[in-house]
Design a binder for this molecule. Structure first.
Ligand SMILES: [Fe+2]
Length: 281
């Protein structure tokens, strides 16, 4: 099992002053940071991160591991990540189930994988290599996707579950991504949740998206929508208490607004846990 850190937020530069300079400590149990933003030698980013880490647990969330590429793992990237881990001692290290590099070139985007046995074997082998290199377990996050492959033979939730089991890693369950991908592809979000093994989920993401009519886009520029709140409640009823946080990457509001949204997460999780305990219908 993974430790339950409580309720967190993504640390963003516009909030640095509120987080480290304010006399009022924000009621946040932990912070998630984007690993690559701090994979630099010293400087202000590392100073800020050290100050935050003195007060709170920190999760390192990467976007560039490219675990699904057929390229070899990027040893330079892993060395930088290992150095950051040694410095920060994060509670969680995570990245995405996706690929973004090929032939040494990066597309700077999180591309989906075909869900086949061949891809499964590739990702499992790579996760094992990463975990051996970092000497710790990582979490892989389910992606938000806009296309599927005709070659896919395994449902995404089952693909995630198989990776976690075979590679002995954890799952970062992004409930918004589950909702976005299910809407885009006509999948059943309840069947998706049912496929996810509770003991493998080390963290939950919540975020907002944009509805373009033809598809949902994972923009992280809106508050969490009602349907995703509802799915989060279902997830906590199934999983039990779990480190949960809100990601906001665009149209970032004042911290006070995100703290109000985070209070919603706390309230909804408490309600879901009461249902789980049989105290509520
Ligand atoms: Fe996410």
């Amino acid at each position: 099992m993974f430790a339950n850190l409580g309720f967190g937020l993504g640390l963003r530069t516009v909030h640095y002053g509120d987080v480290i300079d304010s006399d009022v400590v924000p009621p946040v149990d932990w912070w998630e940071v984007i690993s690559e933003n701090f994979m630099v030698e010293g400087g202000n980013p590392r100073r800020i991160l050290r100050l935050v880490r003195e007060r709170w647990p920190v999760a390192l969330h990467g976007v560039s591991l490219s675990i699904g590429t057929v390229d070899p793992l990027d040893e330079h990237y892993l060395a930088q990540l290992a150095a950051l881990i040694a410095d920060v001692e994060p509670a969680i290290v995570s990245d995405h189930l996706c690929w973004m590099t090929l032939g040494g070139h990066s597309g700077h985007d999180l591309w989906p994988l075909p869900y086949t046995e061949e891809a499964l074997n590739l990702v499992v082998r790579k996760v094992q290599q990463v975990q051996d290199r970092l000497k710790r377990r990582i979490l892989l996050e389910n992606p938000s996707t806009y296309v599927t492959f005709s070659a896919s033979r395994i449902a995404e939730g089952e693909f995630m579950a198989e990776i976690a089991k075979r590679a002995d890693c954890g799952i970062l369950l992004d409930v918004n991504n589950v909702y976005v991908s299910c809407r885009n592809h006509g999948w059943d979000p309840q069947a998706y949740l049912a496929a996810i093994p509770a003991e493998r989920v080390g963290q939950i993401h919540l975020a907002g998206h944009t509805d373009f009519g033809t598809h949902l886009l994972d923009t992280h520029d809106h508050p969490v929508c009602d349907a995703v709140w509802s799915l989060y409640r279902d997830a906590i009823i199934k999983l039990g208490p779990r480190s949960s946080m809100i990601e906001r990457d665009d149209a970032i509001p004042p911290l006070a607004e995100l703290l109000t949204e985070l209070a919603n997460v706390r309230a909804l999780a408490a309600d879901a846990l009461a249902v789980r305990a049989g105290a509520l219908p």
